[in-house]
Design a protein around this ligand. Structure first.
Ligand SMILES: *Cc1c(COP(=O)(O)O)cnc(C)c1O
Ligand SMILES: [Zn+2]
Length: 406
């Protein structure tokens, strides 16, 4: 049911599935005919492949992404200021939503007879693309900024792709790989194949909540690839008659690197590069996002917004997720919850709004500054019983552990 590539902005269409940029400069995405589409009868164990009919590839590859849980997190409602559900994308095979796009991109490369795939990434996407390339038996070229931490490179190197640490401008590197003549399928963050895979998260959210439709979806934004995927999926579901109203799309960025939020705040039509400072949200620190303007258009077209949050607010949100819901996520995911709180404080989200936040990536890949000292106690074995009595008494009347205060 996939027809070809199309530009959301100027309407240009193309049948060449290896293109990624429109003549107008914007990114292309796949156009999909969903007139015949109904919720699949396929098992949820098939993950994202239950939507194979609306994808540009016909068969799975590697460990199945998707089919991730949607958790109603009522213990966080008061903190969030709305009725909150969490889409746990950390549960994908390599720990982030990137697996959905990598699977489609790698599978497409094999279908058109290519031996190589490639990507330009700060971390999660390189890890994911390398893993799916390994599963398909393809060669993989990974381009990362020269200053990428060893710890992250070590995770990627396990799948043994060709890793290039590139010195020079990341935005130019990104565009140059897409313009290469070489027979390598580049599945960069906002390329059509990746966006097609990543749209399945919104299909899942809507199917998991059907027949009701969330009032809002809140997600972290870096390149704008995932936001584009979610937007195109919602448009497709509306065209298929499976949802009546589009949820409002809200993007959240780290204040230290927020080109899209800045353009939104200033009422601009397009996103331009900003000078970025350091942030703990490393996976979303793109100062020159290739699909920034498309993500901005998605927020505006759905009556949403793009906001940014401080690292401090992100740390608090990350802690809430870990201590009140039992979910360890990376800072780049926690920004979305910090964003929810900011949006409800600003009156954008109401207490009875059904809001879905996408938790994009796992917190089990890197070390964060958790205060182990204040959260542990060394005791003598002989003192075991006395210690337990002490904490049981101390916790009386405190069973809720005060998770719901604002
Ligand atoms: C890639 C990534 C994002 C941002 O996605 P874009 O498609 O680049 O906007 C958010 N969170 C995590 C954990 C990521 O890896
Ligand atoms: Zn165009």
């Amino acid at each position: 049911m996939t027809r070809g590539l199309e530009c959301y902005d100027c309407g240009y269409t193309s049948d060449d599935q290896t293109e990624s940029r429109c003549r107008c400069g914007e990114s292309l995405w796949f156009s999909t005919d969903t007139n015949e589409f109904a919720w699949p009868t396929e098992a949820w164990t098939n993950g994202m492949w239950r939507y194979a009919d609306v994808l540009p590839v016909s068969k799975p590859v590697g460990v199945t992404p998707g089919g991730t849980p949607l958790v109603r997190a009522d213990r966080l409602d008061e903190y969030a200021g709305c009725r909150l559900s969490l889409k746990v994308e950390a549960q994908n095979p390599t720990g982030s939503f990137k697996d959905r796009g990598s699977a489609v991109g790698v599978r497409h490369a094999t279908e058109i007879g290519r031996d190589w795939v490639g990507t330009v990434s700060h971390g999660n996407m390189a890890l994911s693309t390398s893993a799916y390339a390994a599963a398909a038996g393809l060669e993989c070229a990974v381009f990362v900024p020269a200053e990428t931490p060893e710890q992250r490179l070590e995770l990627i190197a396990r799948h043994d792709p060709h890793i290039f640490r590139v010195e020079g401008d990341y935005g130019r590197l990104y565009e140059q790989t897409l313009a290469l003549e070489a027979p390598i399928t580049f599945v960069n963050s906002d390329t059509p194949l990746r966006v097609a895979g990543q749209k399945t998260v919104a299909y899942e959210i809507c199917e998991q909540l059907a027949p009701s439709v969330p009032d809002a979806i809140v997600l972290p934004i870096s390149s704008g690839g995932q936001a584009s995927g979610v937007w195109t999926a919602l448009r497709e579901l509306e065209a298929a008659g499976l949802i009546d109203d589009l949820p409002r799309l809200y993007g959240v960025q780290a204040a230290a690197c927020d080109p899209i939020a800045t353009a939104y705040r200033e009422g601009r039509e397009s996103v331009t590069a900003v000078d970025a400072a350091e942030t703990i949200a490393v996976s979303i620190a793109n100062s020159d996002p290739p699909s920034g303007t498309r993500a901005l258009a998605a927020a505006r077209a759905t009556d949403g917004a793009v906001v940014s949050v401080s690292d401090d607010a992100t740390r608090k949100a990350m802690d809430r997720l870990a201590t009140a819901v039992g979910l360890s996520v990376e800072p780049s995911s926690a920004v979305a919850l910090a964003g929810v709180r900011k949006l409800s404080d600003a009156g954008e989200l109401a207490a009875d709004d059904e809001v879905v936040t996408i938790l994009t990536g796992s917190g089990y890949k890197e070390r964060y500054e958790t205060d182990v000292e204040s959260r542990t106690k060394t005791i003598d074995l002989e003192a075991l019983e006395a210690e337990l009595e002490g904490i049981l008494e101390g916790s009386e009347g405190d069973v809720s552990r005060q998770t719901n205060d604002r």
